[in-house]
Design a binder for this molecule. Structure first.
Ligand code: FES
Length: 167
């Protein structure tokens, strides 16, 4: 056997290195994947969305007229001992409408105006100007059984004019 035959060919050396690296990679992956999976299990698999039912406060805290609950995008109205809730989301493309006082004296009332494309809604939520195709939404209210707070339920729309009475 000649001395040259003992030496391995460069191809064979390369192949052996490649196999060694692949083996090391597979061992690494087999150890790493369970660690990653375990770490993932520690993170709760939850969506952090706004709750559809929320307490808005004690009824007596509401003054007469509208109270804007900005983080939920609704107006809660008090009329005497009755309450109702109108959504502030414009029915055109979803901008937040604003309350505007219109008229004077005995004819003074409110309207909802949308700053985005100019839709206007009457005090009862009816659309009357601009591109909005529908009235503003009404949502059901309830009293919380544990502490009597007003509860807004965004999952349940109410018909226009719906009221919740304290008495
Ligand atoms: Fe209100 Fe377009 S989003 S008018």
């Amino acid at each position: 056997m000649s001395h040259n035959e003992d030496k391995e060919k460069p191809d064979s050396i390369q192949r052996r290195k490649l196999i060694r690296r692949l083996g090391a990679g597979m061992v690494g992956a087999s150890l790493g994947i369970p660690v990653i999976m375990s770490a993932r299990a520690l993170v709760p698999n939850a969506l952090y969305e706004k709750p559809l039912r929320f307490k808005a406060g004690q009824p007596e805290q509401f003054t007469q007229g509208p109270t804007f609950i900005a983080d939920q995008g609704v107006f809660v109205f008090r009329e005497g001992q009755a309450f109702y809730c109108i959504g502030a989301t414009c029915t055109h493309l979803g901008c937040t409408v604003q309350i505007v006082n219109v008229g004077r004296g005995r004819t003074q009332t409110i309207e909802f105006h949308c700053p985005c494309h100019g839709s206007k809604f009457r005090a009862d939520g009816t659309n009357f100007d601009g591109p909005a195709p529908r009235p503003l939404s009404y949502f059901r209210l309830d009293f919380a059984p544990d502490d009597g707070q007003l509860v807004v339920d965004l999952s349940q729309q109410a018909e226009k004019g719906w009221r919740l009475s304290l008495t």
